[in-house]
Structure formats: C-alpha cells, structure tokens
Design a protein around this ligand. Structure first.
Ligand code: SF4
Ligand code: SF4
Length: 219
C-alpha cells in the first residue's frame, strides 16, 4: 500500500475521497478483506439479486395487470423513479463506498445491486443517520407493499400468495447472501461484523474520520 493511501491524502479526480475500492488493486497490498466483504462488483451477485427480485416483481405486476389494476402500475413506476433516483439514492446509497467513485455525483453507480443508476446526490462518507435509516425502511416497505392492496382488491389470491413468497425469498437472499458482505455498513439491514467494519475504516481515513465525528468508536 502506498504512503499516500495510508495517510489518506491521495486526491484523485476519480477517487477524491480516497476510498480503497476505487484505488488500483496493487494498493490493497496484503489486505484480505475482499474475502469477507464485497470490495468488487461480481456479476454473480447481481444475477442472484435480480433473479430473487424478479420472483416478487413478476407475480406482483402480472397479478395487477390480470386483475384490471394496470392503471395503478403507473403510480407504482412513478414511485420506482422516486425510490431509486431520489429517496433510496439519498438516504441509503449516497453513504455507500460504491457511490464515492468520481466524487459521487453526476455519474452512474457501479455496484452489484443498483448498477447503472444515476447518482443524484454527492457522496456522503458519514454513516446513515437515524432519520435516514427510518426513511429507508419506510421507503422499502412502500416499495414491496404497494401491489398488495391492489391484488387483494382484485381478488388475485394466487398472485398475492406468489408475491408474498417472492418478497420472502428476496428478503432471504438479501439477509443471507448480500447484507453479511455489503459495504454500506450503516444500513439497518447490514450484518457485517464490527471487526470487519473497523478494519475497513482503518483502510479508509476519510470514512473513518466522518464516522468518528458521528460518535462511532473503533473496537
Ligand atoms: S478492503 Fe479495500 S484495501 Fe482491502 S481488499 Fe478490499 S478494496 Fe482492497
Ligand atoms: S451496494 Fe447497495 S447501498 Fe451500495 S450503492 Fe449499491 S445499492 Fe446502494
């Protein structure tokens, strides 16, 4: 690892916050955290995440269409835009190391879950605040729950059952496969052990300073 990276003074147009995942791989030196957390984007994670999400979207959207509730899908897709580009983008993703590439604003995300989304906000190295955590959980509940009343009202019970199973599968994949390795450590769903979080913060002085200013203490 170079002295620049160690001291956190490296400023580079592509990586102004000196987040290690955006530095050249040679700078990782003997760090083996990539075996514990998702330092890199792997297509297999994206496929797993998308496939499990489709198990929820397909019956939810299909049931609404077959039940004659297609017009309400417009509202759902408007909410998707608000959720992905404004709300989740701000309260969750803007705190994620994946968001820090190119300073965090004006370019697209290159992560396994939201690949290609426009980064609407500046990168924020601080952990998510309590308000951001609550907002994220509310936004996620609306995101998953929106189709359910329409499936009940149109008596699409098979699609309703399939949607509920799909949500459970998606959440299980998230909690068992994604959250235990995700770099967005302050997300309320994240379950990376504190020792790993601390080791990552020690490699990332800008994040560490921002976290410590918010009261976080390394173990
Ligand atoms: S945590 Fe950072 S330094 Fe360590 S392997 Fe991952 S990208 Fe490299
Ligand atoms: S990994 Fe998750 S939290 Fe991080 S930018 Fe991608 S979707 Fe957002």
């Amino acid at each position: 690892m170079s002295d620049d990276v160690e001291s956190g003074t490296q400023t580079d147009k592509k990586n102004p916050h000196n987040i290690c995942i955006w530095n050249p791989k040679e700078d990782c030196g003997d760090c083996s955290l990539c075996e514990e957390i998702h330092c890199e984007m792997h297509r297999s994670d994206t496929m797993m995440f998308m496939a499990s999400a489709l198990m929820f979207f397909v019956p939810a959207i299909g049931g609404m269409l077959i039940g004659g509730m297609g017009l309400w899908l417009v509202g759902y897709f408007v909410y998707w835009f608000i959720f992905f580009e404004l709300w989740e983008n701000k309260v969750l993703c803007s705190h994620c190391p994946f968001y820090a590439e190119d300073g965090g604003q004006g370019h697209t995300l290159h992560c396994y879950a939201n690949y290609g989304l426009y980064k609407t906000w500046p990168y924020d190295p601080k952990p998510m605040s309590r308000s951001h955590k609550i907002q994220f959980l509310v936004a996620l509940t609306i995101f998953t729950g929106y189709p359910i009343p329409f499936l009940i009202l149109s008596v699409q019970l098979v699609f309703l059952g399939a949607t509920l199973i799909g949500i459970c599968v998606w959440m299980a994949v998230l909690k068992l496969k994604i959250c235990p390795k995700c770099l967005n450590f302050s997300c309320p769903l994240n379950s990376v052990p504190k020792a790993i979080v601390d080791a990552f913060l020690k490699r990332n002085p800008v994040m560490r300073k921002a976290w410590e200013e918010c009261g976080y203490q390394l173990g």
